[in-house]
Design a protein around this ligand. Structure first.
Ligand code: ATP
Length: 778
């Protein structure tokens, strides 16, 4: 059934101008904070401190230099025995995909000279070689591999002039900001053209996202056949909505509810209809996760992005690999061989040294051949891209030159609640229809400039904002969009966007076909018409596009309601308090415990460990006080990290018990909100258990483990809980385990952190197996 077109709402240039100006202002503040943070670290921290903060690895030697994909040199670095007693790296923050600089190791304790945070900031590494920059390709406990662009050295790496003793430093990346700025500029040109007489045709999707029109009614697909028979009713409903919506659809996927599973079905359906799809994720990991799940279905996919940022087992799907294997690239290879032969003759590897005018002539030949090579390689890339039906990249990667002038029928953004709005606009401007998936009740994107509580600057005619000295006034007609988390259960999901019965029952209902998506009633239509034309300038970058669209048009959101991860007891607190009790456990996980794992002991002596879904070691009254990291940095780099050694001892003993019971260290994660506690726990546990995962709560988002031990750290007389207070962080923390959650913390301190923490402490008292945290036990 087709709804009549909604009334045309005249675009409101003031609101648009204010919105765009505010986006720019926030992005600039974020870029400044990022660069400032990097240079502050570099200028204030001694090399030793940089290493302690995990931002540098020192005393490294080059183990090998090899030629990698895309002509990159892969520089492998390790800790030589001459400088270190152990080859294992200390805890650090380097991950594949990070920008890094290799430079000469400096032994002094003094801060190094300030370095530019930008990508291009290369420099002299002092005596013994040049500094080079690249992308972290692979990291293990003992080796780090950096991919350096081919033009930084010869292809065999011989003239990469690296120091004998190196240090690797992590760098800020400003390319992402440049691309986000460009996307906002393009959006502005589209909706606020400088010459109004040449008004470009604005895609309806863009108009909807800017609140100028409500989304059109669903176009029924009565013959829809689900390809995956395992989809539950709420997943089916989300798939149907995504296919029937003409412009926009949101999928709200609480932890473990099969967001990716659902997106895979949507992509398969779109491919069956011969649609061209751009699939994006907020992170490389999110993209690879989808790619891994699409490959078994035989869907022809092309993964964009630096090969260093793509998981090893997925390399064959990358554009680089597909281009190299294409027929078209054969032509380029011939030219490459010619270049190499000529170059080697010029280098004197032939019989006679070439001199004078012959030499000049040959260099000119090389120049021409290189031009030809680039042309042929470009042609091969174009041919591969032309054949691709499903392209995967990060949102930021969608701004790469391979996608210039490409259009797609649908763009899908996974983990959209972790992406800045501006980065989402990069792929959105290439598509007619958008599907956003995420969970606004888990952590939002990381924002460094959050402390800048400034109101938006007065927008100027060109929308670029004013100088600091000018009045900071709220722009006319553009109220601020606050980041608000529903305080009560009723506020969340109060929009009625999810049918009460949409997949609300566990597995037995699986066979029930989801109902078609309901047509709009007049009331909803009226409500939406009131909402439109209320485009709000965001208060902070934490307000995501998902948040904005959900608020403007709640009906386009479908919630997945059956989770396939947690024991029902673990699921019950987040379900009741955040998801209005809609989150149900699938029968396959509802009662699963550690004892059901094959290698776990069935002996009685372990039963109080492996048959309990939630354990709480309450340290109240034990005087296990936290310690503040005196890192001397100040300047708001972070909250000032905290650790708690006594709590860590409790964690260590519980982990040992789990392992004695037969749970393998690889099935366990130890998580905590504080980096200092991560460092301390790593020093306690890593040596005996290299496979155990130890990390911050933020780093575990999107991941799961059979058993999770959560160290809350905060214990003080002032009853301060810091950023533990953030519900979304707590939600991530308590929803990582599958079969067993062990919480270690001081209920007296934590319960003072507001109503949510208080209710969690009460819930733990009543539902967990509460244990004594004194040092003689557990
Ligand atoms: N309908 C289903 N039937 C059986 N298993 C399912 C179904 N949907 C999802 N799962 C399983 O549930 C687990 C979680 O699914 P998936 O990874 O798609 O969830 P997600 O929502 O993307 O996870 P996260 O919370 O980490 O973002 C996977 O092991 C998946 O195979």
């Amino acid at each position: 059934m087709r709804r009549k077109q909604p009334p045309t709402v005249p675009p409101n240039p003031e609101q648009l101008t204010a919105f765009i100006a505010r986006q720019r202002e926030l992005l600039q503040a974020e870029r400044d904070s990022d660069i400032e943070r990097t240079s502050l670290l570099f200028s204030k921290c001694s090399p030793k401190l940089l290493e302690q903060r995990g931002l540098a690895l020192g005393g490294l030697g080059v183990a090998s230099v090899q030629l990698g994909l895309g002509g990159k040199s892969l520089v492998e670095l390790e800790r030589p025995t001459a400088y270190h007693t152990s080859p294992i790296f200390p805890p650090h923050t380097f991950r594949p995909g990070d920008l890094a600089r290799i430079e000469q190791h400096v032994a002094s304790a003094a801060p190094r000279k300030p370095a530019k945070g930008g990508k291009k900031a290369t420099g002299d590494a002092g005596e013994g070689g040049k500094a080079v920059e690249g992308v972290v390709y692979r990291v293990s406990d003992t080796k780090i591999v950096i991919a350096v662009d081919g033009d930084r050295g010869s292809q065999d790496g011989e003239d990469l002039d690296l120091p004998d003793r190196c240090r690797v430093l992590k760098l800020a990346n400003t390319v992402t900001y440049d691309r986000m700025d460009k996307a906002i500029d393009a959006l502005e040109r589209l909706v606020l053209p400088t010459d109004p007489s040449s008004h470009p045709a604005v895609p309806r999707l863009v108009e909807i996202l800017l609140g100028l029109y409500p989304p059109s009614a669903y176009v029924a697909a009565p013959d829809l056949q689900y390809l995956d028979p395992s989809l539950n009713p709420s997943q089916q409903k989300a798939v149907r909505a995504a296919l029937e919506a003409p412009e926009i659809s949101l999928i709200h996927g609480p932890p473990g509810t099969g967001k990716t599973h659902t997106l895979v079905e949507i992509i398969r359906q779109l491919v069956a209809k011969e649609k061209k799809v751009l699939v994006c994720g907020a992170s490389n990991l999110a993209v690879d996760n989808l790619l891994e799940r699409l490959i078994p279905h035989g869907i022809p996919v092309t993964r964009l992005g630096h090969p260093a940022r793509v998981l090893q087992n997925l390399q064959s799907s990358t554009l680089d690999a597909q281009t190299a294997a294409s027929d078209e690239s054969q032509l380029a290879k011939d030219v490459k061989t010619d270049i190499e032969t000529t170059m080697s003759a010029l280098a004197g590897k032939g019989k006679a040294r070439i001199r004078g005018s012959d030499r000049k002539k040959m260099w000119n030949e090389v120049k021409e051949l290189r031009k030809e090579y680039r042309k042929r390689e470009g042609g091969a890339v174009k041919a591969v891209m032309g054949r691709a039906k499903v392209v995967l990249s990060t949102c930021h990667g969608a701004g790469s030159r391979q996608l210039f002038n490409s259009d797609f029928d649908v763009v899908i953004i996974d983990e959209a609640t972790q992406a800045l709005e501006a980065v989402c606009w990069i792929p959105i401007l290439k598509a007619k229809k958008l599907v956003l998936a995420g969970d606004p009740l888990q952590l939002p994107p990381t924002v460094l400039s959050l402390d800048s509580k400034s109101k938006p600057k007065k927008a100027t005619a060109n929308g670029k904002g004013t100088k600091d000295s000018e009045t900071k006034a709220e722009p006319p007609g553009a109220p601020l969009e606050e980041v608000t988390l529903p305080e009560s259960d009723d506020e969340e999901l109060s929009n009625g966007s999810d049918d009460e019965d949409a997949g609300g029952k566990p597995a037995e209902d699986k066979a029930v076909e989801a109902e078609p998506v309901a047509p709009l009633d007049t009331k909803t239509e009226q409500k939406e018409n009131k909402r439109i034309c209320r485009l709000r300038a965001p208060h902070s970058l934490e307000v995501t596009l998902f948040d904005r669209v959900e608020r403007m048009f709640p009906r386009v959101k479908k919630m997945l309601t059956i989770q396939y991860r947690m024991h029902d007891t673990i699921c019950s607190f987040p379900s009741t308090t955040l998801y209005r009790s809609k989150l149900k456990s699938h029968e396959s996980v509802a009662t699963h415990l550690l004892k059901d794992l094959p290698a776990v002991s069935q002996e009685d002596e372990f039963s109080d460990i492996v048959t309990v879904p939630v354990v709480f070691f309450d340290t109240a009254g034990c005087e296990f006080f936290e310690r503040s990291e005196a890192d001397g940095l100040g300047g708001g780099l972070d909250e000032g990290s905290k650790s708690n050694e006594n709590e860590a001892a409790v964690v260590q003993r519980w982990v040992q018990k789990l392992v004695q019971a037969g749970v393998s260290p690889g099935q366990i994660a130890v998580i905590t909100p504080y980096q200092a506690q991560v460092t301390y726990l790593t020093s306690l546990l890593r040596a005996d258990m290299p496979e155990i995962e130890i990390g911050t709560v933020d780093g575990m988002q999107g991941r799961e483990k059979e058993a999770v031990v959560l160290s809350l750290v905060r214990s003080n007389d002032k009853r301060e809980v810091g950023f533990l207070k953030e519900k979304r962080r707590l939600n991530v923390a308590m929803t990582r385990p599958r079969r067993h959650l062990c919480v270690v913390g001081d209920s007296e301190t934590v319960a003072q952190g507001g109503p949510y923490l208080k209710s969690w402490m009460q819930w733990l008292e009543q539902n967990a197996d509460v244990r004594y945290a004194g040092l003689d036990d557990p």
